[in-house]
Design a protein around this ligand. Sequence first.
Ligand code: ATP
Ligand code: MG
Length: 561
Amino acid sequence: MTQTGISAGSDFIRAIVADDNRSNKFGGLVITRFPPEPNGYLHIGHAKSACLNFGLAAENGGQCNMRFDDTNPTREEVEYVNSILEDVRWLGWDWGDNLFYASDYFEQLYEMAVDLVRKGKAYVDDLTFEQIREYRGTLTEPGRESPYRERPIAENLDLFRRMRAGEFDEGSRVLRAKVDMASPNLNLRDPVLYRILKASHHRTGDDWVIYPMYDFAHGQSDSIEGVTHSICTLEFEGHRALYDWFLDELDIYHPQQIEFARLNLTYTVLSKRRLIQLVEGGYVNGWDDPRMPTLSGLRRRGYTPEAIRDFCERIGVAKRDTWTDIALLEHSLRENLNRTAPRVMAVLDPVKLVIENYPEGQVEYVESENNPEDAAAGHRLLPFSRTLYIERDDFAETPPRGFHRLSPGREVRLKDAYYVTCTGVVKDEATGEITELRCVYDPDTRGGTSADGRRVRGTSHWVSAEHCVEAEVRLYDHLFTQEDPSDTPEGGAFTDNLNPDSLRVVAAKVEPSLAGAQPGYRCQFLRQGYFCADKDSAPDALVFNRTVALRDSWARRGRGA
Ligand code: ATP
Ligand code: MG
């Protein structure tokens, strides 16, 4: 396994491509495409498909086209086109000059449909959508032929031309392929090729009032582009016979469709329809909410493209549907950030600590390592003074067994600074809450090591009260409480499984080096996890997202909560 996102390993698709290269089936060419419909933002499942298609092309010195399957003007928007291009680029893939739109082929597709009509392989049907559905039959019953199925070719040609000219109302007529109403494969029971839709298209405007169905557009687009391996998810397996039928009847260049299992990720929904519901229902704050499995959400959360590509490589490609544990995605992320993220000190739940024997007004600078995993990362200086903040839960008035951090009379290390011993506790008289910890420090322990070899068991991170910076910190948890969020009691909606605690906001104190953090800046808050400055962050109002905790807390809690 490499770190490049380009897998050196193999899977059944790579084996097929290697075979085709050996047998010269496509003249040694490997041309793939990544074909999103611009009806939503890309999610981590799309990343799997993009990494597969772009990765295969890269490994084989081939080409991967960026193609929009934009055949449905009622659901598609320019906003989605732009976000998809940005996300694929961010993942690190490059389509060069090969950016295409199925809508660019509308004229050619129309001519292909006319060709099928001429060959007696397509007809204009006047049945309504409901009747077409009713005539289609079921898995156990054959379909019935439409009374319009035997229309003369000349009449079909005339009617189809007039459909295009806008002479008929929406829903009054469709063009259908003439395949086989008795086929056990329902996709072959005279599928609709064109319907009348008097809607403006984001690219072709009002040029068209008939639009091709996805199945009719997809394979022919592949053919026009000279795609060799048309890789799609398993739900299209049953459509392959139709894919092949169109290309054979039209007698045009024939790519090979290959299906693989889509990504299912625990605690996550990966369907644009559902993601749209989350956005439009206000369950999340937009497509790029850091809890969303969209690439824009993951990016805002602090995910790196390297981590996502590494994940896609690890999960591999298979022919059978499975679930992938979200912990694996987080594992790839931690591995990547562990190597690259500078370490800083941030106190998420601060309590004041006053060092009674440290001179008032004195400030000294202690040296701290930026990244123990990266020798080149160097050191920085942290201001240390009489009044500090540490984490509230790094102190216990009556320490439970196994608690090694601060408690009355006990000595601990303040990381990279000094040993301190707790001498007292100040409480709010009304609430009993601890407001201040009193300590003394040992000046002979500078840097966090004792000259006399005296050892302490606990180490706490800290910030200097006078020098630290305030920051809003957003702590995230899984968006759903169920491994499979669609698993609900009878009549329940997947939104019933939303995790009410998926976002918790705290007011933190962070070290002064973070004052200039730009949105997108990633670091590790020591002991707390990896964090990323949010797009809402400003120099005088820092906002950090917790990208991921240092450990998988759900694994400890036990799964299937
Ligand atoms: P959704 O089901 O999320 O609405 P879709 O299949 O309708 O997705 P498309 O825009 O058609 O989305 O997808 C573009 C490409 O990404 C297709 O090749 C599709 O098969 C693939 N893809 C979509 N979802 C996944 C997934 N969960 N895992 C792997 N590939 C996926
Ligand atoms: Mg789709």
